[in-house]
Design a protein around this ligand. Structure first.
Ligand code: COA
Length: 259
């Protein structure tokens, strides 16, 4: 299992540690996040939670695609995987303690979902953002779409999802994906300062803001989740999704047919 969870002073750290795969997030790593968040939530000494990737090449290059054939292919399994992702994102979003993503290098797919679930995002100039679902034929999950939309708005959400391309740190800043871009050598020191401030500021005032903001971003009408799930299922059952993940593993360009 490659998720490192540790306390450093009043900050709880969660580190994606699979450097050989650019810190791609395996099923075991996803599953370990909600208990880690729960532990930090219950610990009165912890005042903020920080996510990062091991090293400086990647925050996380998304979910571990090499597992998709087994754990994210059959109908039931896709729904199960999405439920797991939703639980992970909620464990971060629903925490009343402030969370922060410190981003070096690749921050893609599920990695970006985690970063977007955090309250704050700071990155180095080497950061690259993107959600390559359309390049994999992958049905991206409901909660991930929601947070992306809330953060960057309709226009950017559509471009990010339709093109599946990667964006530089400066582009990420321009579209509101991150709060600040720093030279790589300054990022950790800067984030340490933010952590210090978060740990000194009044926890209940921060928790109050989180509670109120989360209520405001709740959708007014009830979204038609049955319709969303049907769209996800259609994509998850498609030949294109099989082609997309196999092409990635075989290091070739996918040929999509829309079937
Ligand atoms: N899942 C599984 N393995 C991954 C991975 C992922 N999401 N991202 C990278 N890897 C693996 C590569 O397969 C490669 O393995 P290998 O050494 O056995 O060949 C290794 O990590 C290094 O990646 P590589 O592609 O050689 O590095 P790069 O610097 O040329 O490119 C990325 C890095 C992140 C741009 C590229 O690997 C990539 O596009 N990854 C997939 C990103 C993605 O689609 N994520 C969304 C998943 S939902």
């Amino acid at each position: 299992m490659s998720l490192l969870v540790e306390k450093r002073g009043a900050a709880g750290w969660i580190v994606f540690n699979q450097p050989a795969k650019k810190n791609a997030i395996s099923g075991a790593m996803w599953r370990a996040i909600p208990p880690a968040m729960g532990e930090f939530d219950r610990d009165p000494e912890i005042r903020c939670i920080v996510f990062r990737g091991a090293g400086i090449e990647a925050f996380a290059a998304g979910a571990d695609i090499s597992e998709f054939e087994n754990v994210r292919s059959e109908r039931g399994a896709v729904a199960e995987y999405d439920d797991l992702l939703d639980r992970v994102l909620h464990s971060i979003q629903d925490s009343l303690k402030p969370s922060l993503a410190m981003i070096y290098g690749y921050c893609l797919g599920g990695g970006l979902e985690i970063a977007l679930a955090c309250d704050l995002r700071y990155c180095g100039t080497s950061a690259e953002f993107g959600i390559p679902a359309a390049k994999l034929g992958l049905a991206y999950n409901i909660e991930g779409h929601k947070r992306l939309l809330e953060t960057v708005g309709h226009a950017w959400a559509r471009e990010i999802m339709f093109l599946g391309r990667r964006y530089s740190a400066e582009e990420g800043l321009a579209m509101g994906l991150v709060h600040r871009v720093l030279p790589a050598v300054e990022l950790e020191r800067y984030v340490d300062g933010v952590i210090e401030t978060l740990c000194k500021n009044a926890p209940l005032a921060i928790a109050n803001t989180k509670t109120i903001l989360e209520q405001y971003v709740k959708s007014e009408g009830t979204p038609d989740t049955a319709r969303m799930r049907a769209a996800i299922e259609r994509c998850a059952k498609s030949a294109d999704y099989i082609e997309g993940r196999r092409a990635f593993m075989e290091k070739r360009k996918p040929r999509f047919t829309g079937k």
